[in-house]
Design a protein around this ligand. Sequence first.
Ligand SMILES: Nc1ncnc2c1ncn2[C@@H]1O[C@H](COP(=O)(O)OP(=O)(O)OP(=O)(O)O)[C@@H](O)[C@H]1O
Ligand SMILES: [Mg+2]
Ligand SMILES: [Zn+2]
Length: 458
Amino acid sequence: MATPSKAKTVYVCSACGYETPKWYGQCPSCKAWNTFEEEIKREAPAGARSAPRLTGSGAKSFSQISDELEKRLASGIGEFDRVLGGGLVLGSVVLISGDPGIGKSTILLQACERYAKTAGEVLYVSGEESPHQLKTRARRLGVSSENIGVLCETDADYICDYVAGNKPKVVVIDSIQTMSLSDTASLPGSVTQVRECASAFMRTAKRLNVPFIIVGHVNKDGNIAGPKVLEHIVDCVLSFEGDRHFSYRLLRAVKNRFGSTNELGVFDMGDDGLREVPNPSQSMLEGRPKNASGSCVACVMEGSRPIMAEVQALVTATGYGTARRMSDGFDYNRLSMLIAVLEKKCGYILGNCDVFVNIVGGLRVDEPATDLTVALAMVSSLKDVVVPQDVIAFGEIGLAGELRSVGGCEQRVREAHRLGFRRCVIPLQNLKQMPAELKNKIELVGASYIRQAFEAVK
Ligand SMILES: Nc1ncnc2c1ncn2[C@@H]1O[C@H](COP(=O)(O)OP(=O)(O)OP(=O)(O)O)[C@@H](O)[C@H]1O
Ligand SMILES: [Mg+2]
Ligand SMILES: [Zn+2]
């Protein structure tokens, strides 16, 4: 770079990337609190890197653009490929985020082994662990392909040059927070570094048509540490979730330019790494208490796939003070709404009760179809009446206490039948559309109000 660059101090919002010369307690742009970080910034010489720039040639018509990008690399790990929309698109950049220790490095190392076998040379760049540590993990996971190149490096420019020189088929960067560009003065992990390094990798990926998988750590709020803009730069954002004390791990697409975002991959963490869970419904229902009140099973749609989930509720009289409401895996505000509907429309008094709701198995359900299941579990606990083992119930509850139809009803009912359930309580609207053949296999009960649904499970 010819002209010496000028350094200045700026404050950057870690949530949205807003820059100001002055520190603020609250970001004027995204209104988040305590998100400003101090950074030293050098004025980039005119024309230097700004937004990711792809190839500089003239405009082309669609027919002139090659189809090369459409090719996908499948790892052969079904659950992983599904979440990516069928495989890794060449030249795409995938960000995978998750809590510390959830298994990000594990899944990527396992995927590397598969890519190395099917596609060829794979580059695994680690800025966090020594080659020895990586080898220990690889041995534990049974990863031994000669095609995996391990590079312990944090200089993003060097990595991009290395990729250009060696042309690996897939590049893994573990993690973006450890990477830095030498001509960006701020510390690794700072907003500017994270953003600049991600853009550098993005440019390299697009230019060479090599897919990059980048690990991103999350901060205490569960957001990817670094600016929100990082999520805009990359093509695909996967989030790796699960309870650390529980062996199930859920991989979810949060953003995907090349596929659906609702897909879910389910894994089981063991000593020898992550194993696919081919039948998640069954696993989610394992260890279900028999003849216990406060439990009811729902069938939730995770993308194109129906998965059974057990909803547990505990309703007890409040000891003193205000009633407590706790919800794990289910939206808190939605829970408050359901409690209000149960009080006003069904006459169940929950105002002086503590209510705890939990979706077993670490699943987080955010579709309204579980409303009825949660309501049934709460009433079951309140009245200490058991919902029969072979019943499932789902449906959206409206403010008037009515049951509204839900999407994917037929798939849900089929999944219930497959797992041996005998009776499904569903919204009446949905019942009307069910094929007759299905009605012979499993007892379907339609309800248009919550009260009717309660009657049906007695
Ligand atoms: N024998 C074992 N030794 C170490 N970890 C194991 C073992 N068996 C299972 N694990 C699991 O592997 C996890 C570590 O996985 P991994 O290092 O891939 O996580 P990570 O998401 O990359 O973490 P970090 O954020 O620290 O990079 C542990 O939390 C543990 O649950
Ligand atoms: Mg790791
Ligand atoms: Zn902001």
